[in-house]
Design a binder for this molecule. Structure first.
Ligand SMILES: Nc1ncnc2c1ncn2[C@@H]1O[C@H](COP(=O)(O)OP(=O)(O)OP(=O)(O)O)[C@@H](O)[C@H]1O
Ligand SMILES: [Mg+2]
Length: 420
């Protein structure tokens, strides 16, 4: 973690922010609603800044509770990074604005088509809004900030679990469309445009619509690369309650499925055991049981604990203190040691693809093969893994889940060989 020219003003430097080994540490905090994501994200950022890092904490969540956590007056923190303490900047991304900037062109085209189709403009407007897309586009801000070279650390306060997970997968899903469908569509549209727009009165998408889509896609892929890269990691925040743990376990699996590194778990609002009355003693016992299961579920990961405080932790000082006792002397910015997204090992007889996939059994995983993609489905989450070219002519010979890892065995396809 280089401190670099820590004193220089953000956005001032024209430093190169090359992906991979640029020294920029990215931390994401996710978890069920209300467990303390914003508090812990803000605290971690405050601690990093206190330690000399140029730190930005940004929220992509429309609820924007960062300003509340820092105890800032309404309106003082906006869509641009605002300094709240030495080296500590807060930004609440205006998702709506970003959405308009990135999606407007594509939306205009869709609206014009729906208009020709005779749809009521208000209904048409509704149709062209993708639920959840705003938060993805808010992540584009992360890309800009990473590229600015102004930061040593960027902390992201994410929206509650399910959305975040779904959104993080979007670039990959889009990628499939971009690589397979779009080029064809673009050619077809190009050939048909003069004929069709005259005949049917349907406006055909101009090249600018495709360009806008391609640009958006390229930027989203960069975001994904940043977030799944070696300098980024995700921390799951939970409170010691069974329903919360159940969701945290699911998100651990899903984050792994999508190739994100989970490098720790924050157990927040843990009741202190000392001097307890009967009511609190009851809670301490109940929480202990869940915490035991937390340890088992996330074996191998650090479990950081944060006490239930007598009041809401608000303000830079209190948040720093929360983070200090949370990490308890450990480096909050330590690089994630977990393995990368997926690995391929070639053996004599077969080649094995390994993907970290904790907390699932083989029966919960569905595998399919489409062309050069391996489609892995767990519950309602699906990932398309583009196979290395060496595996293109191989078929799946078997799969198993062992010690939190999905292992898919490939063998060379004899039919394909015979066919030349
Ligand atoms: N350790 C703690 N002790 C006492 N209060 C806490 C603690 N952690 C968080 N809180 C309080 O709990 C409330 C919810 O915390 P926070 O806003 O950080 O949760 P969140 O997960 O970001 O919520 P949301 O899902 O709505 O974004 C806040 O009022 C916060 O001050
Ligand atoms: Mg929050």
């Amino acid at each position: 973690m280089s401190v670099g020219n820590a004193a220089s003003a953000p956005n001032g430097g024209a430093q190169q922010a090359d992906s991979g080994g640029s020294g920029l540490r990215i931390l994401l905090f996710t978890g069920k609603g209300g467990v303390g994501k914003s508090t812990v994200a803000a605290g971690t950022a405050a601690l990093a800044a206190a330690g000399g890092q140029r730190t930005l904490v940004l929220s992509t969540d429309a609820a924007h509770s960062l300003a509340d956590a820092f105890g800032c007056a309404p309106g003082t923190i906006g869509a641009e990074p605002t300094e709240v303490a030495d080296r500590l900047f807060v930004q609440q991304v205006d998702a709506q604005l970003r959405f308009e900037q990135s999606w407007a062109e594509i939306q205009r085209y869709l609206l014009s088509v729906l208009d020709v189709a005779g749809l009521d403009p208000v209904a048409a407007e509704e149709l062209t809004v993708i639920p959840g897309a705003e938060e993805v586009l808010a992540l584009l801000e992360l890309r800009l900030q990473a590229l600015s070279g102004a930061w040593d650390v960027i902390v992201v306060d994410c929206a509650p679990t399910a959305e975040t997970l779904r959104l993080l997968a979007l670039p990959e899903a889009l990628g499939w469309y971009m690589h397979r469908v779009l080029p064809v569509e673009r050619r077809v549209v190009k050939a048909l445009r003069p004929v069709l727009s005259r005949a049917a009165g349907v406006p055909m998408p101009g090249d600018t619509v495709f360009d806008a889509l391609e640009r958006l896609y390229a930027e989203l892929m960069e975001v994904r690369e940043l977030l799944s890269g070696p300098d980024a990691s995700v921390r799951i925040v939970l409170t010691p309650e069974n329903v919360v743990l159940a969701e945290a376990r699911r998100s651990y699996t899903t984050l792994s499925l999508y190739g994100y590194r989970v490098d720790g778990v924050v157990a927040n609002r843990v009741f202190p055991a000392d001097g307890a009355d009967d009511w609190r003693a009851g809670w301490v016992v109940a929480q202990d049981e869940v915490l035991q299961r937390v340890e088992e579920s996330f074996a191998g990961l650090p479990i950081w604990r944060s006490a239930y405080r007598p009041g809401e932790p608000v303000g830079v000082e209190t948040l720093t203190e929360v983070a200090r006792s949370l990490y308890d002397g450990a480096d909050p910015l330590a690089a994630a040691t977990s393995r990368g997204p997926f690995r391929v090992t070639a053996g004599e007889q077969s080649t094995v693809l390994r993907l970290a996939l904790p907390l699932v059994t083989r029966t919960e995983v569905h595998l399919a093969r489409t062309g050069e993609d391996l489609v892995v489905t767990v519950g309602s989450y699906r990932r398309l893994l583009t196979l290395p070219s060496g595996l293109a002519r191989h078929r799946i010979a078997g799969a198993r889940v062992e010690q939190g890892e999905l292992q898919v065995r490939f063998v060379e396809d004899p039919v394909d060989e015979a066919g030349g």
